[in-house]
Design a protein around this ligand. Structure first.
Ligand SMILES: Cc1ncc(COP(=O)(O)O)c(C=O)c1O
Length: 444
């Protein structure tokens, strides 16, 4: 293919190959090379590529009704999808606001949280508390909420002021010998202290990824942490916003990952796996209490975008949820997740440069360290995670690595997020290729 060289690519350096087709877990480039997609891009393609039922649903909806503006009409797929999402969500999560991406879902969630308090006459609430080493998106509000130092740095003067606490990250933040329960209580206590420091009557919401994705590499909370967080938020009337753009939509074996922590947030954000890569769609799901505050107050969220609730996006997401249901994929995620954990433990359990193997369901990661006993990371100047990505690519394996795992600057991890319908043989192939990749890039 001739390249016009007018695309402003993500990297302005050497051109990346052009992908032309997807088949199941494989992507194929224009030279016919096949790549096993072990991360679904950035944990997006949860059904693999070319799923015929999603393709068909998109074609059908496009032919019937490609677009309506939400200021004029609702649409059948928007209504049906909301019912399906609410049916899969726990507790009183009851209303769905649609967006076209995860970042937009976070933006809408932040505004909804502030407006919830305003509608109740609580106008002094102006602070968000977020967590270091988190990622919530790249638009300015979402970037401000995120705690990824290198992503924030160039735009720092443009970001709203948020306050932050440490994440719940056992491998890096628990004291030696501290039990998970004690550590979780200590991490949740840090939130309470921050609320008290700011003044409880000034805090809008606490924002956290249920399982940390891109910045720290598949870090699940320790048992009990989120329950304690829920109690703290309730004590001070602070809303709990859980970001499940990466870990939700079934990625960890339950529709929302926080179901496994026994917690219902006031607001949860979805994206990525919701459209499974077939359409750009995100969602904000809120409880009836949050919705009612708006409905019984000013009767409109002061927000809205042209492509909200896009009928084709909603039809695709509905077909994705149907496929997850019909193909019993949540159970498969749990089984395949256990299988993946076992394979990673077999391959890297004795590797002196793999400090931690962690994750939940089919969102898993390994963390690379120079010295396992001291957990010392490699020199960031080595760019190890980038080298791992390039090496894996050469071997026909697509992974989602990240740097700054420890403190936003140093540390390297490799994230895996294969499709929910991945086979055991494909998992073995992925872990085999990943092992060869790590052996090839880690300095002797
Ligand atoms: C947890 C989380 N929230 C929000 C986002 C932003 O989503 P998007 O890239 O679709 O805007 C991401 C993307 O990686 C994410 O992982």
């Amino acid at each position: 293919m001739m390249r016009a060289e007018h695309v402003f690519h993500r990297f302005t350096g050497p051109l990346l190959p052009v992908a032309v087709r997807g088949e199941g877990i494989y992507l194929i480039d224009e030279a016919g090379r096949r790549y096993i997609d072990a991360s679904g891009g950035a944990a997006v393609s949860c059904l693999g590529h070319g799923h015929p039922k999603i393709v068909e649903a998109i074609a059908r909806q496009t032919a019937a009704l490609e677009y309506v503006h939400t200021g004029f009409f609702s649409s059948e797929p928007a209504e049906e999808l909301a019912a399906a999402i609410v049916g899969m969500c726990p507790g009183t999560l009851d209303r769905v606001w649609y967006t076209s991406s995860g970042s937009e879902a976070i933006e809408a969630a932040l505004k909804l949280a502030r407006q919830y308090h305003l509608e109740r006459g609580d106008s002094g609430r102006r602070h968000f508390i977020t967590r270091r080493l988190s990622y919530h998106g790249n638009t300015l509000g979402a970037l401000a909420a995120g705690g990824s130092a290198w992503r924030r740095a160039p735009y720092e003067p443009m970001l709203i002021d948020v306050s932050s606490v440490d994440p719940c990250f056992q491998y890096r933040f628990a004291e030696p010998g501290e039990s998970p329960e004690a550590y979780g209580a200590r991490a949740a206590d840090a939130l309470e202290q921050e609320i008290l420091r700011l003044g409880p009557e000034t805090v809008i919401a606490f924002v956290a990824e249920t399982v940390v994705g891109a910045t720290a590499g598949a870090v699940p909370p320790v048992p009990g942490y989120l329950r304690k967080v829920r109690e703290v938020c309730d004590r001070y009337g602070v809303l709990l916003i859980l970001d499940e753009v990466m870990c939700g939509s079934g990625r960890t074996g339950t529709f929302l990952s926080c179901e496994q922590d026994g917690v219902v947030p006031d607001i949860v954000t979805l994206g990525k796996g919701l459209g499974a890569g077939y359409q750009p769609i995100g969602a904000v799901v809120c409880t009836s209490a949050v919705y009612d505050a708006v409905a019984q107050g000013s009767a409109a969220l002061k927000h809205g975008q042209t492509y909200n609730a896009h009928p084709v996006g909603c039809a695709a997401a509905l077909a994705v949820l149907d496929a997850i249901w019909d193909e019993e994929l949540l159970i498969r995620v749990l089984d395949a997740g256990r299988r993946l954990t076992g394979l990673l433990a077999d391959r890297f359990g004795d590797d002196p440069h793999v400090g931690d193997i962690r994750g939940r369901g089919l969102l898993q990661a390994i963390e690379l360290v120079e010295d396992r006993s001291t957990k010392t990371p490699f020199d960031p100047a080595l760019g190890l995670h980038q080298r791992a990505k390039a090496e894996a690519f050469e071997r026909g394996l697509l992974i989602y690595p990240g740097g700054g795992t420890v403190d936003g600057r140093s540390g390297d991890h490799i994230l895996l997020a294969p499709p929910y319908n991945v086979t055991d043989q494909e998992l073995e192939l992925i872990v085999g290729l990943l092992g060869d990749t790590v052996d090839a890039v880690v300095p002797a």
